[in-house]
Ligand binder design. Structure first.
Ligand SMILES: CC(C)(COP(=O)(O)OP(=O)(O)OC[C@H]1O[C@@H](n2cnc3c(N)ncnc32)[C@H](O)[C@@H]1OP(=O)(O)O)[C@@H](O)C(=O)NCCC(=O)NCCS
Length: 197
C-alpha cells in the first residue's frame, strides 16, 4: 500500500471512495464539504491510499483556528477519513491517520482536531480536546467525540475555542443532528459506546 498526496486526475476517484465509505450517493453531503473546503481555500492536504494502482482510501486536512487569548492560531482539522467498505478493518484507516499527523507536523501545525470515536482515534494519537482546555465549535459535537492530537510546535498558551472553516457550516456538516444527536448523547450518558465505535 502506498500513501501519498492525491493527484489532480484522482479527485473523482477520491470522491467515489468517500461516498462509498459514508454510504452517500455521489455528490452527497461529505463530498460537497470536500469541494467547499477546496474552493474556499481551507483545504491543506488530501492524502490517498493506493493498493494495486487503485485508490482505496482518502483523508483530508483543512485549516481551522484556535481562538487563543494571545492570538488566533492556525491549526488543522482532519476530515473526512474514508476507507472503501470492502477494505475496512485492515489497518488502512490507521495508516492514513498516522500519515495525516505526519503531514500536519510537516506543515508546522501545532494541533490536529477532529470529530470522531474516542475508541478509534484514542489509539491513534488523539485524546479528549475538552480535557486539554479546548472548546467545541458546536454543541452538536458530543464532547467525547471532540478530539485533538498535539504536535511538536504546540505551546501551552494555545487553548481556547476551535473555530471551524466556513465550508463545514455552508455544507451543514458540523457535528450530529437530532434525532441522532439525542440518541448518541443518551448512549454516552448510559456509559455505552456511540454507534460506529
Ligand atoms: C472509520 C474508518 C475510516 C476506519 O478505517 P479502517 O481502515 O477500517 O480501520 P483500521 O483497519 O485502521 O482500524 C480498525 C479498527 O477500526 C474499527 N473499525 C473499522 N471500521 C469500523 C466500522 N465501520 N465501524 C466500527 N468500527 C470500525 C475496528 O473495530 C478496529 O478497532 P481497533 O481499534 O480495536 O483495532 C472506516 O471504517 C470508514 O471509512 N468508515 C466510514 C466513514 C467514517 O465513519 N469515517 C470516520 C468519520 S470520523
Amino acid at each position: 500500500m502506498e500513501i501519498r498526496r492525491v493527484m489532480p486526475a484522482e479527485e473523482l476517484a477520491a470522491e467515489e471512495v468517500v461516498s462509498a465509505a459514508f454510504g452517500e450517493p455521489p455528490d452527497g453531503r461529505v463530498v460537497q464539504m470536500m469541494r467547499a473546503l477546496q474552493t474556499s481555500g481551507a483545504a491543506r492536504a488530501s492524502l490517498v491510499a493506493v493498493v494495486d494502482e487503485e485508490l482505496v482510501a482518502h483523508v483530508g486536512l483543512s485549516r481551522g483556528w484556535v481562538d487563543a487569548r494571545r492570538e488566533a492560531v492556525e491549526v488543522m482539522v482532519l476530515s473526512p477519513l474514508s476507507v472503501r467498505p470492502d477494505l475496512q478493518r485492515r489497518g488502512v484507516g490507521t495508516a492514513l491517520v498516522a500519515a495525516a499527523l505526519e503531514t500536519a507536523e510537516g506543515h508546522g501545525a501545532p494541533a490536529v482536531f477532529l470529530e470522531g470515536s474516542p475508541y478509534y482515534y484514542g489509539r491513534r494519537g488523539f485524546s479528549s480536546a475538552s480535557a486539554l482546555g479546548f472548546e467545541r465549535p458546536s454543541a452538536r459535537i458530543p464532547d467525547p467525540g471532540f478530539q485533538v492530537a498535539l504536535l511538536s510546535s504546540y505551546r501551552p498558551w494555545i487553548v481556547g475555542r476551535l473555530i471551524y472553516p466556513e465550508a463545514f457550516w455552508t455544507t451543514d456538516t458540523v457535528g450530529l443532528r437530532d434525532p441522532e444527536l439525542q440518541r448518541v448523547e443518551a448512549q454516552i450518558a448510559a456509559g455505552g459506546r456511540a454507534p460506529g465505535d
